[in-house]
Ligand binder design. Structure first.
Ligand SMILES: Cc1ncc(C[n+]2csc(CCOP(=O)(O)OP(=O)(O)O)c2C)c(N)n1
Length: 330
């Protein structure tokens, strides 16, 4: 291939894909022990999007997300130990054990927060981009959300404002075709979601979200555009969630989606497809792959041990970080 990506980038993206998959699989296995007590939305099957996007982000770039945020946090450089401790509700968690899976936040790596109120973080991300623009900085904001979030009014207000002010923000829609148990066809007319970005006069593109190199190339352009002050972009990636909407199980028995549809998407597994490409290109051997898996499994085990050995937050800290300290006028 003429314009093949750098070997180190490709291998790093494969490692990150594998890591996100093994983390989600391990959470699914451990969830039934009832020690993680927060609602948990796994991103299994959707990993290529945060991996391809984050490959272009600096630590001081900012990321906002919603309820399905594990991949977004880890790919941005978040600590696996802090994330798992958060899921276990421990004081060492990235939100001090008070947020759980849906409220990850870690300013040290530029992960500004996730919140499950659909689309709520889109407008907050646009606000952060406005500050960056006013300061004349070259930092970029990425906001991740699902197809369901585009049905909220705040999404449209945020898109309009970002466009009119030419803000350094990249909107990343992970279109996995479902909002809980409702398919896209019963919720939206037949048009690409990215067309909503075109209607707001911003750069807009739509592509396969299971091909990590496609995501990488599209994100490269969009993030550069934001960084040099050429305004916002919306990127819509089609993908598929393998697990139930919320929780560690499958949900095919609920009959809102066909087993054959899930099977067809599993044939297009972003991880397996990329492994095959790298093996065909002589960049990875099955033995390298096994060694990588062992290394990640060890990291995951260590992070679970850390989380489970950590203390719960003190009751006296309950109200800390809830509201800013009140200052009364004299
Ligand atoms: C304002 C608001 N309305 C409804 C909900 C309930 N809800 C939680 S997740 C979800 C579906 C989200 O679908 P999507 O945005 O496509 O993300 P996905 O779960 O597919 O990743 C809904 C409707 C909510 N959290 N917030």
């Amino acid at each position: 291939m003429d314009n093949a990506l750098d070997v180190n980038v490709r291998l790093a993206m494969y490692k990150q894909l594998l890591r996100l998959r093994l983390v989600e699989d391990a959470i699914a296995r451990r969830y039934s022990e009832y020690e993680m007590r927060c609602p948990t939305h796994l991103c299994t099957g959707q990993e290529a999007i945060p991996v391809g996007v984050s490959a272009h982000l600096r630590t001081d770039d900012l990321v906002f997300s919603g309820h399905r945020s594990h991949g977004h946090y880890l790919a941005k450089g978040g600590s696996l130990k802090s994330m798992l401790a958060e899921l276990y509700g421990r004081a060492t968690g990235c939100a001090g054990g008070k947020g759980g899976s849906q409220h990850l936040i870690d300013l040290s790596c530029g992960f500004m927060g996730s919140a499950p109120i659909l689309a709520s973080t889109i407008s907050v991300g646009v606000g952060a981009a406005w500050e960056i623009a006013m300061r004349g900085e070259s930092r970029v904001v990425v906001v991740y959300f699902g197809d369901g979030a585009t049905e909220e009014g705040t999404f449209h207000e945020a898109m309009n404002f970002a466009s009119v002010k030419r803000l350094p923000v990249v909107f990343v829609c992970e279109n996995n075709l479902y909002s809980v148990h409702s398919s896209l066809d019963v919720r939206q007319p037949n048009r690409p979601i990215s067309a909503l970005g075109s209607a707001h006069a911003m750069a807009a593109s739509h592509a396969d979200g299971n091909n990590v190199e496609t995501v990488y190339r599209m994100a490269d352009e969009a993030i550069l555009r934001a960084r040099v002050g050429d305004g916002p972009t919306i990127m819509e990636f089609t993908t598929y969630r393998w697990m139930e909407h919320c929780g560690p199980n499958g949900d095919i028995e609920l009959n809102y989606r066909a087993a054959s549809e899930l099977a067809a998407w599993k044939e297009r597994d972003p991880l397996t497809m990329y492994r095959e490409v790298l093996i065909a290109d002589d960049l990875l051997t099955p033995a390298d792959d096994m060694a990588l898996r062992r290394q990640i499994d060890e990291e995951v085990e260590e992070a679970f041990s850390f989380a489970r050995a950590s203390a719960f937050p003190c009751a006296s800290n309950l109200m800390a970080h809830v509201y800013p300290a009140r200052t009364r006028p004299a």
